[in-house]
Write a protein that binds this ligand. Structure first.
Ligand code: ADP
Ligand code: MG
Length: 242
C-alpha cells in the first residue's frame, strides 16, 4: 500500500451542520407552537418535516429561516465567515440574511403575477444588486435547467401550477442559496405534477440543504431525512439515506 493510499478521505460535507437549533421554543399567547427543538441540519441534506396540522412545522421552518424570532433558544447558521446566530439578529439583518443566503418555495404566493417567469427569477438577483441584463440572463438559464425553455416571457398566470412552482424553484436557487426552505411546495398540485416538481426541487438543490414541510409521504420518501413533529416537539427523526 502506498503512503497516500492511507491518507484519510476529506470529511464528507454531509457531516457538517449548516443550521442548528438548541432549546427552540415559540409561543403565541397561550399557544405553544414549538416546545423545545434541538436539531442539526447537515450540509447537502434534504430534510422533510412532517406532522399533523398545527404540530409546529411552519413555525419551525420560519424560525430556521429567520422569518420568525423564537421565544427562546437559538438558531445558528454556519457560514464560511463563521457562525451567525440568526435568532439574535435584528429584523433588518435577518431580512438581509434571507435575501443573500436562503431560498424559499412556498405553496403559493411569493411569485409576482404581473411579472413574467424570467422577471420573477431575475428579481431575486436584482435584490442583491445584480444588473437587470445579467440577472435575466442567469434567470433564463435556470428556467431552461428546470424545463421551462420557451416560457420565459409568460406571466405567472399563464403557467400551470407545476410550471409556476418550477419558476419558484428557479427563483430560490438562482442566487446560489445555501439552504432552501419549502413549505408544502406541492400542496396545490396533483399527484403526478407533485412528483415532477419535487424531483425538480431535489435536482435543483443537489449539494445544498433543502428543508421541506410536507403532508405527503411520497414527497417525504424522496428526502434523505424525515423529521416528525407532534405538539411542537420532535417525535421522530429517521435518516433514510445519506
Ligand atoms: P403546522 O405548520 O404544523 O400546521 P404551525 O406552525 O402553523 O403548524 O402552528 C403551530 C401552532 O401555532 C398552531 O396551534 C397554530 O394555531 C399556532 N400559530 C402559528 N402561527 C401563529 C400566529 N401567527 N399566531 C397565533 N398562533 C399561531
Ligand atoms: Mg404549516
Amino acid at each position: 500500500m502506498t503512503a497516500h493510499a492511507t491518507t484519510p478521505p476529506p470529511l464528507a460535507p454531509a457531516t457538517v451542520a449548516v443550521l442548528s437549533t438548541r432549546g427552540l421554543t415559540k409561543t403565541y399567547g397561550m399557544t405553544t407552537a414549538l416546545a423545545g427543538v434541538d436539531l442539526d441540519l447537515l450540509t447537502g441534506q434534504s430534510v422533510a418535516i412532517m406532522g399533523a396540522s398545527g404540530s409546529g412545522k411552519t413555525t419551525l421552518l420560519h424560525c430556521l429561516a429567520g422569518i420568525v424570532r423564537p421565544s427562546s433558544g437559538r438558531v445558528v447558521l454556519s457560514t464560511s465567515q463563521g457562525p451567525i446566530e440568526v435568532s439574535a439578529l435584528p429584523d433588518g439583518q435577518r431580512s438581509r440574511l434571507r435575501r443573500e443566503r436562503l431560498g424559499f418555495v412556498f405553496q403559493e404566493g411569493l411569485l409576482i403575477p404581473e411579472l413574467t417567469a424570467v422577471e420573477n427569477v431575475a428579481m431575486a438577483l436584482m435584490l442583491r444588486g445584480v444588473g437587470r441584463a445579467a440577472a435575466e440572463h442567469h434567470a433564463a438559464l435556470w428556467l431552461q435547467h428546470l424545463g421551462l425553455a420557451g416560457m420565459e416571457d409568460r406571466r405567472i398566470g399563464q403557467l400551470s401550477g407545476g410550471q409556476a412552482q418550477r419558476v419558484a424553484i428557479a427563483r430560490a436557487q438562482v442566487t446560489g442559496a445555501e439552504v432552501v426552505f419549502a413549505d408544502e411546495p406541492t400542496g396545490a398540485l396533483d399527484h403526478d405534477t407533485s412528483r415532477d416538481v419535487m424531483q425538480a426541487l431535489l435536482h435543483a438543490t443537489v449539494g445544498r440543504t433543502l428543508v421541506v414541510v410536507t403532508h405527503d409521504d411520497a414527497v417525504a420518501a424522496q428526502c434523505a431525512r424525515v423529521i416528525r413533529l407532534r405538539d411542537g416537539r420532535i417525535v421522530g427523526d429517521t435518516v433514510e439515506r445519506s
